[in-house]
Design a protein around this ligand. Structure first.
Ligand code: NAP
Length: 468
């Protein structure tokens, strides 16, 4: 950041004409960044212009590259995000990677403040013996593949007949549902051709989903758990032995309707027999993974230890182990945020250290003036998309409270940043570009009687977005 910048005393009491426009860079055009941008430009006391930076050639982050293709209800959130990006006051500058095309330090020469909302796209480490064997996949990698993220694999080995998914949260549900559904069922969605072709080769017969605690401790949401059973080709079962509650579990059920609903749905699945005409998806509870069994570097099984509740909602091992013959294992044990070059990172929490909004030099340290965080990079990868709104409010309130302390940036001309990127041969894709890419993807889908077919190649996306 420039040392020549002067502090200014912009105040909400100053007449609008005397107030200078605040220029804020928001980094990451997913829900978190878009909600923050909306709050910034809608503020009654300050005149704010947002430049919304995005690494990918298209906006919408987690909605485009995290939400499963067969979840149109959640994908539908894109409509409200679209309305925000249509607003004057927000300029999308996509296909630009902070830390590569421009550093965070450089960016601060162009903006009064920077808000980081880069989310979490990686898998949390899974460090069991054997976890590096061929056939062990992070769910985030699989999501990147089936959601057509150009940064992820184009092909996927789906030859395993027996598959284990570790983790009883919604990502575990997404991964197991995509593994269990037929390629034809998924073809009506926006999946690209390479994903459809790989899914056609899917050999899965039985999918085992493992949770190390009990029904009341699963992280599923009721609607998603119920939807799991809506496919004609998938049969969801639970062993009745896996339904158990301790005092803490009963309290959790009494205190939270959603927890009780999840328990009831699991109890319903536990009353069924297997149906050999369908792919079986069995949710196992009280089974804690202890080892990946391998042969010649490849997965041949998963060993789990039976657990039991200890009264507090936690579990202890019973010493009884089971070996499950599986040829592939997906770990859905939580996401991990990406490190942003130029900023501190709390490895343990997987977040940029912050006090609820300001970025801190280190955990518990001094605030870095003018740099803020929101979304999963701020609080960790938990919570639904709607939770990001309150998060963005807390962050933007802190930013506005700091206005008098913010330094005036060296470059005030909004075109200066575009000139800098152009001088570095960076091809920027814009909001108008998204309209073009959107139209091209819809046209590709319509040709096959589908609503959309996603473009998966980076260049194809940029070409469509920049077409004249
Ligand atoms: P999550 O909800 O935190 O679930 C992670 C699961 O992994 C938990 O069951 C956890 O068990 C288990 N786990 C963690 N470490 C483990 C280990 N070493 N061995 C065995 N199990 C382990 O995370 P998520 O599924 O990644 O979801 C992230 C967020 O995105 C959540 O808020 C989720 O609701 C949201 N999401 C929503 C949707 C949707 O369709 N609405 C879809 C995807 C994601 P313990 O509880 O015992 O630690």
């Amino acid at each position: 950041m420039s040392d020549t910048s002067q502090p200014h005393s912009d105040s909400a009491d100053a007449p609008a004409a005397e107030r200078r426009r605040l220029r804020v860079a928001v980094i990451g055009a997913g829900p978190a960044g878009i909600y923050a941008s909306d709050l910034l430009i809608n503020n009654q006391d300050h005149d704010v212009q947002v430049d919304l930076f995005e690494k990918m050639p298209a906006p919408f982050g987690l909605i485009r590259y995290g939400v499963a293709p067969d979840h149109p209800r959640i994908k539908g959130i894109v409509k409200s995000l679209h309305r925000v990006l249509d607003k004057e006051g927000i300029r999308l500058i996509a296909n630009v990677e902070i830390g590569k095309d421009i550093t965070l330090d450089e960016l601060q020469d162009y903006y009064d403040a920077v808000v980081i909302s880069t989310g979490a796209t990686k898998d949390r480490d899974f460090d069991l013996p054997g976890a590096d064997a061929e056939g062990v996949h992070g769910a985030a990698e699989f999501v990147g593949f089936y959601d057509g993220n150009p940064l992820f694999e184009r092909d996927w080995d789906l030859s395993a007949k027996n598959v284990a998914v570790i983790g009883v949260g919604n990502v575990g549900l997404d991964a197991s549902r995509i593994l269990a559904k037929s390629a034809e069922e998924l073809h009506v969605t926006e999946i690209p051709d390479n994903v459809y072709e790989a899914l056609k080769r899917n050999q899965a017969e039985k999918i085992h989903v493992f949770g190390r605690r009990g029904p009341a401790q699963t992280k599923f949401t009721p609607q998603e758990l119920k939807e799991l059973d809506h496919s004609e080709n998938v049969h969801v079962i639970v062993d009745p032995e896996d339904i158990d509650y301790d005092e803490a579990s009963e309290t959790a059920r009494a205190n939270a309707k959603a927890t009780d609903q999840v328990c009831q749905i699991l109890e319903g699945y536990a009353m069924r027999d297997e149906d050999p005409s369908k792919r079986t998806l069995q949710i196992h509870l009280f089974e804690s993974p202890v080892e990946v069994l391998t042969n010649d570097g490849k997965v041949v099984g998963l060993r789990t230890e039976r657990t039991e509740l200890d009264g507090t909602g936690q579990v202890r091992g019973t010493g009884t182990t089971t070996d499950w013959p599986v040829e592939a294992i997906y770990t859905a044990i939580g996401y991990r945020s990406d490190v942003l070059p130029g900023l501190p990172f709390d490895d343990q929490l997987g977040v940029i250290p912050n006090d609820g909004g300001h970025v801190l030099a280190n955990a518990g340290g001094e605030a870095i003036t003018g740099v803020y965080v929101t979304g999963w990079i701020k609080r960790g990868p938990i919570g639904l998309i709607g939770n990001t709104k309150s998060d963005a409010k807390q962050t933007t309130d802190m930013l506005f409270a700091d206005v008098a302390k913010l330094s005036t940036p060296e470059h005030s001309d909004p075109d200066a940043i575009l000139a800098l990127l152009e001088s570095r041969d960076v091809t920027v894709t814009t909001w108008d570009g998204w309209y073009r890419l959107d139209e091209a993807e819809r046209a590709a889908g319509e040709a096959e009687g589908r609503e959309r077919k996603k473009f998966v190649e980076w260049d194809e996306m940029v070409d469509a977005a920049t077409a004249q």
